[in-house]
Design a protein around this ligand. Structure first.
Ligand SMILES: C[S@@+](CC[C@H](N)C(=O)[O-])C[C@H]1O[C@@H](n2cnc3c(N)ncnc32)[C@H](O)[C@@H]1O
Length: 241
């Protein structure tokens, strides 16, 4: 039987071929701004990661964790970081490959699973940037422990995810509004009509408590709600002290 990661990989590759909005690459203007010292990393619909969360990434070793798609990795590379991107989806990684070739950027591309970072040595990164993707892993604990291991002491971990409220509530046709229907944590496999879609709704306890248990000190927390109010994203900044 196919494991969940094979399913996720296939699902994501299919969505990328359908041009899902989160597979959009960085624009020429964003890349130029990053080259000129104005790196802007976004989250959610229009959230901006504060510049002080990142610092000056020039010369830093940065890991874009489950962060392919030609957005974060090329921007960080344009800002002068030494970037590695690891992702399950070859179609998403193809976007980084294409942009790196077009923009003459050196980006190390790794096809792999964020739950297993054994190919990276201990204390090898200054920054790990993780865009929304933890909803595709059954357990965030091993990911946080691996991120902690591969970060240098003093290193920064920034992660973005959907707030668990997205999984607690479902659209109710009769009521014409969202209604709290699911007990957390949520697993798509527990629900009918999900087809081969694999998704996990983790609790805030696992997102925040999981980082603390791995040894991180959480130093920043932000939220961004979409204009149509249906999605609430959050971002955390943590440090390995
Ligand atoms: C929503 S995209 C995030 C990147 C995109 N650039 C963005 O900003 O939205 C989610 C990414 O997570 C990757 N992914 C999902 N599960 C993964 C896993 N277990 N290991 C590595 N990458 C994974 C997917 O292939 C996809 O590229």
């Amino acid at each position: 039987m196919e494991n969940v990661f094979d399913q996720v990989q296939r699902n994501i590759d299919r969505l990328v071929e359908e041009n899902v909005n989160w597979s959009a690459c960085a624009t020429a203007e964003q890349l130029q701004n990053a080259r000129e010292g104005r790196l802007v990393m976004t989250f959610g619909e229009d959230g901006v990661i504060p510049a002080e969360w990142l610092g000056d990434v020039k010369g830093w070793k940065v890991l874009c964790l489950a962060g392919a798609g030609g957005l974060q990795a090329p921007l960080l590379a344009c800002a002068g970081a030494e970037v590695t991107v690891i992702d399950l989806s070859q179609r998403m990684l193809d976007k980084d490959r294409a942009l790196a070739a077009r923009e003459s950027l050196e980006i190390r591309i790794e096809h792999g699973n964020m739950c297993d970072l054994s190919r990276f040595e201990d204390a090898s990164f200054d920054l790990v940037f993780n865009p929304p993707s933890l909803c595709y892993v059954p357990d965030v604990g091993p990911v946080f422990r691996e991120v902690y291991r591969v970060l240098k002491p003093g290193g920064t971990f920034i992660m973005v995810s959907s707030n668990p409220i997205a999984y607690v509530c479902d659209w109710d046709e009769d009521l014409g509004c969202y209604k709290a229907v699911n007990r957390m944590p949520y697993r798509s496999a527990d629900h009918e009509g999900q087809g081969d879609w694999v998704e996990f709704g983790h609790t805030m306890e696992s997102y925040l408590g999981g980082q603390l248990a791995a040894g991180f000190v959480i130093t920043g927390y932000l939220e961004n709600q979409t204009e149509d109010i249906t999605e609430l994203y959050f971002a955390t900044r943590s440090e390995k002290r």
